[in-house]
Design a protein around this ligand. Sequence first.
Ligand code: GRF
Length: 201
Amino acid sequence: MKRIGVLVSGRGSNLQAIIDAIKRGYIKDAEIAIVVSDVKDAYALTRAREARIKAVHVDPGSYRTKDSYEEEILRLLQKEGVDLVLLAGYMRIVGKRLLDAYHNKILNIHPALLPSFPGLHAQEQAFNYGVKVTGCTVHFVDEGIDTGPIILQRSVPVLEDDTPETLADRILKEEHKIYPEAVKLFIEDRLTIDGRRVRIR
Ligand code: GRF
């Protein structure tokens, strides 16, 4: 049984998609051991507690350095025997401490087709740029911002009457599909990283 730790900051709809995928048996032999939020009142913590998952708030403001903040997160993850870390709307850049401890074992979901539109407000960036197609990406996390090797992507059309909000909603529906798919592939040991390419067996 693999153990998953999820880092969140907000509403946690992607966390919910993973919880549901495990519950319905789509992802097998895995459980979410802990959810950690850097935001005290993140709705994701409520979702975790409702699913009887350990949910912890770690306040970055209580630590003098990023390293000591991540040291505490690492302690929590390791205490729970976490094998895989998922970023699910976690609004911080992962630092060296966590990256070293979980090398190639941290995944992120991003609401654009990387390498286009990394960083914040990706859906709005794509909308304002005027692209006709955007989408979402699940990737391994490295030291850059949304730069790690890509596992899965799904495209989403931009429609004539879209607003940034309707577009973001349509992308989110696809996020909720590809994140569980990518987690399933990882848990089943079907991913290998070959340079920038992720091979799927
Ligand atoms: C999602 O759009 C995700 O792609 C991005 O942050 C958002 C998180 O939403 N990284 P939620 O908290 O999972 O609902």
